[in-house]
Design a protein around this ligand. Sequence first.
Ligand SMILES: Cc1cc2nc3c(=O)[nH]c(=O)nc-3n(C[C@H](O)[C@H](O)[C@H](O)COP(=O)(O)OP(=O)(O)OC[C@H]3O[C@@H](n4cnc5c(N)ncnc54)[C@H](O)[C@@H]3O)c2cc1C
Ligand code: SF4
Length: 318
Amino acid sequence: MKAFTYERATTPAAAAAAVAAKPGAKFIAGGTNLLDLMKLQIEEPVHLVDVNRLALDTIEPTSDGGLRIGALVRNTDLASDARVRRDYGVLSRAIVAGASGQLRNKATTAGNLLQRTRCPYFYDTNQPCNKRKPGSGCAAIGGYSRQLGIIGTSDACIATYPGDMAVAMRVLDATVETVQPNGQTRKIPIADFHRLWGDTPHIDTNLKPGELITAVTLPKPVGGTHIYHKVRDRASYAYALVSVAAILQPDGTGHVAIGGIAPKPWRVEAAEAALPQGAKATAARMLAGAKPTQDNAFKVPLVERTLAAVMAEAKDAA
Ligand SMILES: Cc1cc2nc3c(=O)[nH]c(=O)nc-3n(C[C@H](O)[C@H](O)[C@H](O)COP(=O)(O)OP(=O)(O)OC[C@H]3O[C@@H](n4cnc5c(N)ncnc54)[C@H](O)[C@@H]3O)c2cc1C
Ligand code: SF4
């Protein structure tokens, strides 16, 4: 790990201004992703701005019947909140499907959204990787790509967004709230938060330099059956090969997002009209244009089968 300087921020706007003031500075929250990357010298921040003492750790009702989740709410606290468990079960289930109890105790809402890809070549600094070092090439294309993306990828990068929580937030139509270094705030729909890689895979999100996430808001509950189904190589402590976050209504309509297949939680609103026709029709529309590799072509039928299992579970629960 390289040497860095450190400060504790006292207000959100001051934190944003402090990161913007020093090129190469970063926020640190739980540190569960950032410190790992610093130890490997994949991330080399010259200055860390600790946001842990900002008062962003509460979950409050919003005036329109939704919930406002502070950026520093720990994953364990969010997943176990009674309102989340009752009204946004898909979120609670997605969080507990990720990482381990110890990690969830430290990991924060904002940090979890911003965790970086788990492409094995991204972590191997002996290999070319456009995400780690722009313009250096991509060892995964033509390499071992079993875990990697099948849709929304590019000629520069085929990695996936690895997280679980964001897939549930996508199906819930969450909004990310931020403060910028000049003190202005903005709201980013979760659909527009993570980026497709294109030819700039080193940029993961549409946050601007120094922009601090302050909260994530959820709209009022929509009812229905909430399911998060994660298919992975081990029963726990592993990232998704494919995951499905779903809110399904008794009449067969609903919302679905897929994890583990793309640079962002993959939701195709137009495909949801096919839900009453079944998993095959819906998956075909969601994956139109998919470009799997030989190693990960299995993910195409796996999406359909996982969706079918989720729909059967919802039918039983209704
Ligand atoms: C062994 C292991 C297994 C894991 N398994 C899973 C899994 O199965 N599923 C899953 O979803 N996750 C998994 N994780 C990832 C884990 O969920 C993330 O490491 C964690 O959520 C990151 O949160 P954090 O608060 O520690 O972020 P940090 O490491 O502190 O920060 C991550 C990034 O977010 C930035 N940041 C933090 N807060 C803010 C803010 N408020 N505004 C703007 N930027 C900010 C930081 O600068 C940094 O770039 C695993 C992690 C490990 C180590
Ligand atoms: S897929 Fe993306 S993250 Fe993986 S090696 Fe290629 S450029 Fe890097």
